[in-house]
Write a protein that binds this ligand. Structure first.
Ligand SMILES: [Zn+2]
Length: 373
């Protein structure tokens, strides 16, 4: 969700429009211009209906943005960084970097969005009440009031990752003092609601209302994906909290000389050691020149192995990122994600002291789960 058109900054947070947002913008404008407005206030010209539709659709987008900024404002108050706010087809997304550290913070950050929507709903309803006869303003207002109230209500459905799920999680977390348990419970309610949406959507679809049914099923599918991704992300973060690179890395890393041919490396190094990653050193075996992985070797046709040296296949020293043994594992994973690599050498003062691979991380988490830590 990082792609999209930048539309400015608020409180230092970049605001973006994802390309899919334009679909919903046009759909809303269109349905208002050809359906709602001509039906409620007949006799105006086509261009006026379209203008009203576009402005109302834009204000609806702004309402969704305000909802996300509600979350963002509270997050910033709790010193939780917000990477960006993006509008996309299913609504808005505030990318809040970390999980809140207390149930109170989680509760307030989660509730702030629906609260903004509720207030906007009431404001638009008040505008409608005050100037009912002036239909070009009162009709968009009552529609926006309804949409904002629906937005508040929908988001308060108590299933993770919806705001209501986060609110419920904070309450269970506070009551049990156990974040993990709270996450599991609300993930489950989230999945139940998601599958409920899909089921109801499919039912509506087959009873003839194709568009609304499909839409509801899509929302369910989206929620289901988001819930699952959130839970696995959370489990990863929980099991690596406070763990340093030094506890996870492999310390004995075999090395090969950079002039060694690939067939010899496979025969003399890979097979006997079972290693998948090798340091490539210069002729004296002292300074590090690069990194050679089994995947690099196997990507090359076998018959070419006798011609190529480690140096010709390795990732050169200048091209790879490294981590520190004292680094937090979550930070190290971020480094690996940013560089899009599956392994990083662990270095201290220019010396390689270990290697960290994604497999090591998975292995470490599985081992801890097995011994019940
Ligand atoms: Zn929200």
């Amino acid at each position: 969700m990082n792609s999209g058109i930048s539309i400015g900054k608020i409180w230092g947070i970049p605001l973006r429009l994802h390309i899919s947002w334009f679909i919903i913008f046009v759909l809303v404008a269109w349905s208002l211009a050809v359906g709602y407005f001509p039906l409620e206030t007949p006799g105006l010209s086509q261009s006026v209906y379209w203008l009203l539709g576009a402005v109302t659709s834009l204000l609806f987008g702004a309402s969704v943005l305000a909802h996300e900024l509600g979350h963002s404002y509270m997050a910033l108050r709790y010193k939780v960084p917000v990477n960006s706010v993006t509008l996309f087809i299913f609504g808005g997304l505030a990318q809040i970097e970390q999980e809140p550290t207390t149930p109170k913070a989680e509760f307030q950050i989660a509730v702030a969005g629906p609260l903004v929507s509720l207030i906007l709903g009431l404001v638009f309803a008040a505008i409608w009440l005050l100037i009912k006869p002036l239909e070009v303003i009162s009709l968009p207002s009552i529609w926006l009031a309804r949409m904002n109230l629906i937005l508040a209500g929908f988001n308060m459905i108590p299933g993770f990752p919806l705001d209501g799920g986060r609110v419920l999680r904070s309450v269970i977390w506070k009551a049990n003092n156990n974040l993990q348990k709270a996450t599991k419970v609300t993930a489950l309610t989230g999945q139940i609601f998601a599958f409920g949406f899909i089921a109801v959507g499919v039912f509506i679809l087959f009873s003839g209302d194709f568009f609304n049914g499909l839409w509801l099923a899509f929302i369910g599918w989206f929620l289901q994906n988001a819930a699952a991704a959130n839970v696995s992300q959370f489990t990863l973060k929980e099991s690596l909290r406070g763990v340093h690179v030094s506890s996870v890395m492999q310390r004995n890393i075999p090395s090969v000389s950079w002039s060694k041919k690939l067939d010899c490396i496979v025969e003399e190094d890979v097979i006997p050691s079972g290693g998948r990653v090798f340091l490539v050193t210069d002729g004296n075996g002292i300074s590090l020149r690069g990194l050679l992985t089994l995947r690099h070797v196997t990507a090359i046709p076998r018959k070419r192995w006798p011609e190529l040296t480690a140096q010709e296949v390795m990732i050169p020293r200048a091209n790879f990122v490294t981590v520190d043994p004292d680094m937090q594992m979550l930070d190290a994973l971020r480094v690996m994600d940013d560089a899009n690599v599956a392994q990083v050498p662990v270095m201290v003062d220019g010396q390689v002291v270990g290697i960290l691979t994604r497999e090591d991380v998975t292995h470490y988490i599985r081992m801890r789960a097995e011994i019940g830590m």
